[in-house]
Design a protein around this ligand. Structure first.
Ligand code: ATP
Ligand code: MG
Length: 103
C-alpha cells in the first residue's frame, strides 16, 4: 500500500502523515515514510526530534553537493538516507528547497 498526503499549505499534511505512519506501524505494518516536502519536518511529527530530522536533511543535501552517491536500491536508500523513528517507522528525506527560483 502506498499513501500520499497532499493539500494546501498549513492544512495538516505533516501531522496527518505522521499519525497515519505511526498508527500503521503500531499495527505491525512495515512503514517507510518519505518526506517529500520542500521544507521537510515530518521527522518532528514522527517523534524523531529536530536534530535527527535536520541530520537527515543534511545527508540528503550532501547528495546534491556531490558528497554522497545515489543508493542503488530502496533498502540501501533507507540505510544511507533514512533513520528509524518511534513505533518502528523508517523515515527518509527526499528533498529540501532552500532558495526557490521565482516561478
Ligand atoms: N486536525 C487538526 N486539528 C487542529 N490543528 C491541527 C490539526 N492538524 C494539524 N493541526 C495544526 O495545524 C498546523 C499545521 O499543520 P501541519 O504542519 O501538519 O500542516 P501542513 O499541511 O503540513 O503545513 P505545511 O504546508 O506548512 O507543510 C500545526 O500547528 C498543527 O499542529
Ligand atoms: Mg508540512
Amino acid at each position: 500500500m502506498k499513501l500520499a498526503i497532499v493539500g494546501k499549505g498549513g492544512s495538516g499534511k505533516t501531522t496527518t502523515a505522521g499519525v497515519i505512519a505511526r498508527l500503521l506501524a503500531r499495527q505491525g505494518l512495515d512503514v517507510v515514510a518519505l518526506d517529500c516536502d520542500a521544507n521537510p519536518n515530518l521527522g518532528i511529527s514522527l517523534g524523531l526530534g529536530p536534530e535527527e530530522t535536520e541530520r537527515l536533511v543534511g545527508i540528503r543535501q550532501a547528495l546534491d553537493d556531490g558528497e554522497e552517491e545515489h543508493a542503488p536500491s530502496a533498502d540501501e536508500l533507507l540505510t544511507r538516507f533514512g533513520a528509524p523513528a518511534p513505533d518502528g517507522v523508517r523515515l527518509a528525506v527526499v528533498t529540501r528547497i532552500d532558495r526557490p527560483n521565482p516561478g
